[in-house]
Design a protein around this ligand. Structure first.
Ligand code: FCB
Length: 453
């Protein structure tokens, strides 16, 4: 039996997506290319060179999608804005069609009593901005702040929650250090620059926002990692600290401590291209912190590995679609760590949590002979149920957790994996673009309808 957690009345439950992963319509109504369109063309970078040109076609189907969200009972939708749809070629000229699309999307959400939660940057940078150096170039931070300024002006009356940037760690570590995400760069110097410029962009956006007088909360979303050391050995604990400094501290310390982690500045002797008021700008107060959580690592010390960290084996069951260990207990540790780190008062939202499973549609016949397609994604139900139970526990332990967004509303383009990994609670038949709610969608419907005990 699954436990069905009862959550506080005002606990916000929504689903999340990102523009590049769901919208499609890549060449329509003025949108120009982004770095993921380009990266998909690099042989070997993305599964079968698949790209987001059609994706789940949400650009044409947002009404249907929002109606389904409403029917299931969700209170919010987290979406992101495609930068080159608003500012083609990364220029300064606003594409009215793009603005109109997001205004209509927000209005439709409001019509169905859902909150519009808008992420300003979820990785689809215009190709032209990348050509000038992307995040390794300081100017990019100002360019993104310019996009934000436009969005505050054009969508400010409709957006209920703003997220400046999604997962600075993935943008920089995967994109500039390991080279496995767009733009595919492997260069420590560019990596360090990109870290600082992404942090700066966040600060500039918040600064811009405070000038507008808008009152919706603004925050940032990080995929924080606080791994467990594989033993009580002091060295394994140091390895865990190193991992946390690189994966979380590089992005959290500038905001909350106005500095970079000591491990990187004092031990690794890294320098960052910090200019006069940068740390002041980056560390401006935010209204909430978003956390994306999928799994917790176990780490151990290595004399030779980068940052002295290697991954240790884990014992937990893995998700059937992508093989990530299912570690709800790690979410509790992370939430408690984050709450203590931020002082216990700052509202926290889980802005992504979910599982890619090996979903198999089956045709079922009812007594009257009619046929329906069903997806019995029991592993995902267990995953969501266990993580929601942890939310309940965290709240009991005084973590100021205010809401939860499931990743994802619908199956979509999973970056380098193309369309092979399905994270949706709604199945997307990419041939027909038909949407089929999986059992997990009905599970969340029941949680939201109050069947929590
Ligand atoms: C996160 C990303 C999101 C999605 C999930 C599975 O790192 O923010 O776009 O791909 O992973």
């Amino acid at each position: 039996m699954f436990t069905r957690p009862a959550l506080p009345e005002d606990f916000l439950i929504g689903t999340a997506t990102a523009s590049y992963q769901v919208e499609g319509a890549a060449n329509e109504e003025g949108r120009t290319s982004c770095i993921w369109d380009d990266f998909a063309k690099v042989p070997g970078a993305v599964y079968e060179m698949q790209d987001g040109s059609v994706a789940a076609d949400q650009y044409h189907r947002y009404k249907e999608d929002i109606e389904l969200m409403a029917k299931l009972g969700f209170g919010a939708y987290r979406f992101s804005v495609s930068w080159p749809r608003i500012l083609p070629h990364g220029g300064t000229q606003v594409n009215r069609k793009g603005i109109e699309y997001y205004r209509n999307l927000c209005k439709k959400l409001h019509k169905h009593n859902m909150k519009a939660c808008c992420t300003i940057y979820h990785w689809d940078m215009p190709s032209e901005i990348q050509a000038k150096g992307g995040w390794a170039n300081r100017q990019t931070a100002y360019d993104l702040a310019y996009l934000a300024e436009i969005l505050f002006m054009e969508l400010g009356d409709l957006v209920d929650m703003w997220i400046t940037i999604n997962e600075a760690m993935c943008i920089t570590v995967l994109g500039y250090l390991l080279g496995i995400h767009a733009p595919g760069i492997k260069d420590e110097d560019q990596f360090r620059k990109s870290v600082h410029h992404v942090n700066l962009a966040h600060g500039l956006i918040v600064k811009e926002y405070r000038k507008t007088g808008l009152s919706a909360p603004i925050g940032i979303t990080h995929n924080l990692e606080t791994p467990r050391p594989a033993s009580c050995d002091k060295k394994d604990q140091i390895a865990a600290d190193h991992h946390r400094a690189i994966r979380s501290g590089l992005y959290m310390d500038p905001i909350f401590r106005k500095r970079y982690p000591e491990y990187v500045t004092d031990e690794l002797k890294w320098s960052f291209p910090i200019e006069k008021d940068d740390m002041q700008i980056i560390s401006q107060p935010i209204d909430f912190l978003g956390i994306n959580y999928y799994s917790e690592h176990a780490v151990q010390w290595s004399d030779t590995a980068p940052f002295n960290v290697t991954m240790a084996p884990r014992w937990e069951e893995k998700t059937s679609g992508i093989g990530w260990a299912i570690t709800p207990h790690g979410l509790l540790r992370l939430l408690k760590w984050t709450s203590a780190y931020t002082g216990g008062k700052l509202p926290i939202y889980i802005t992504e949590n979910g599982a890619a499973c090996d979903d198999k549609p089956v045709i079922e016949k009812a007594d009257d002979g009619s046929e329906t397609i069903r997806i019995h994604d029991n592993q995902r139900i267990r995953y969501l149920s266990d993580h929601l139970n942890i939310c309940k526990e965290a709240i009991r332990e005084c973590v100021p957790l205010k809401g939860y967004f499931c990743w994802s509303f619908i199956d979509n383009y999973e970056w380098t994996h193309g369309y092979t990994k399905r994270f949706g609670i709604v199945y997307c038949d990419y041939e027909t673009q038909r949407r089929i709610p999986k059992d997990s969608a009905y599970f969340l419907r029941d949680v939201m309808a109050g069947y929590g005990d």
